[in-house]
Design a protein around this ligand. Structure first.
Ligand SMILES: C[S@@+](CC[C@H](N)C(=O)[O-])C[C@H]1O[C@@H](n2cnc3c(N)ncnc32)[C@H](O)[C@@H]1O
Length: 267
């Protein structure tokens, strides 16, 4: 069993470094960590956390976040956002960005890549043969190196790609075993996966036209959410769109974003 003190040490560390609020989630934390700690020969939580804290960029610190994050996602999740992007946003951007032909789209908590690949398929579908003339590379970031490796590999089970339209499955996925499919290189090259902690200062030089910040703010407290939304606002192009998870909310009085419809905001 994890003691109150051991649990507190982990909660403080994870909140401070990653913004994730684990308070009250004692069972989740011990359920996910206990096994790991025992298997790796530690005498207990304190010895493990001492190692993590000593080297926050080291392997154990990376493993801690890999084990503690919740990475559930799927292709076409909250499809109304992709529909909105295709019907309402892309036609406008095609005109307003015609000179530079450079679109900047960010999947800001990409997990295993389903969201970013779905965005890339929508983009290819929308631009059709004109796609060659545009740079629409999707930036996809997450804090967990484990999910990013999965995303970069681009392998998914047959049932995971089932929500996709048949012609997209055929065009963008190659069957590699009776149960598994892999994203084809022509789609893979449209997404750039990078590790990034949303709590860090943003290194991005050019503003984003569209940001997907879906199903990650649920792990943050209100102040962290507010600060993050402010940073994102500052890194978006005027008229840019922000998508959040459909079950999430934004404190409208505390944000400069303009409300468009549930879970969709505009700068
Ligand atoms: C539930 S997934 C959401 C995936 C996708 N956006 C969706 O809506 O299906 C949440 C992701 O947020 C990531 N995450 C949590 N805290 C983060 C942080 N501080 N910086 C970057 N990513 C973070 C987790 O690693 C996890 O993969």
């Amino acid at each position: 069993m994890i003691t109150e003190q051991e649990f507190h040490r982990i909660v403080v560390y994870v909140k401070d470094k990653f913004g994730i609020d684990l308070s009250g989630k004692q069972i989740l934390v011990s359920g996910r960590l206990e096994n790991y700690i025992l298997r790796h020969g530690y005498s207990g939580y304190d010895e493990y956390m001492a190692k993590v804290e000593k080297n926050p960029k080291g392997e154990e610190a990376r493993n801690l976040i890999n084990v503690l994050t919740t990475n559930h996602t799927y292709f076409m999740r909250e499809f109304e956002h992709f529909d909105f992007m295709r019907q309402k946003i892309l036609p406008k951007l095609k005109v307003s960005e015609a000179a530079s032909r450079d679109l900047r789209i960010w999947s800001a908590a990409s997990s295993t890549g389903e969201e970013a690949y779905t965005i890339a398929m929508v983009l290819k579908d929308f631009f059709g043969i004109d796609h060659h003339d545009w740079d629409t590379t999707v930036l996809a970031t997450d804090i967990s190196t484990k999910v990013l490796m999965h995303a970069q590999r681009g392998r998914y089970l047959k049932e995971q790609i089932e929500p996709l339209p048949e012609n997209w499955r055929r065009k963008y996925f190659k069957q590699i075993s009776p149960l598994e499919y892999q994203v084809k290189p022509e789609l893979k090259k449209e997404v750039l996966f990078r590790q990034f902690n949303l709590m860090n200062p943003f290194p991005f030089r050019k503003p984003f036209h569209i940001v997907f910040l879906r199903n990650v703010m649920i792990y943050f407290d209100d102040k962290t959410k507010q600060e993050l939304l402010n940073k994102i606002y500052d890194h978006m192009a005027p008229g840019g769109y922000l998508f959040i998870g459909t079950t999430e909310s934004v404190n409208r009085s505390g944000t400069r974003f303009q409300y468009v419809e549930p879970s969709i905001y505009k700068k």
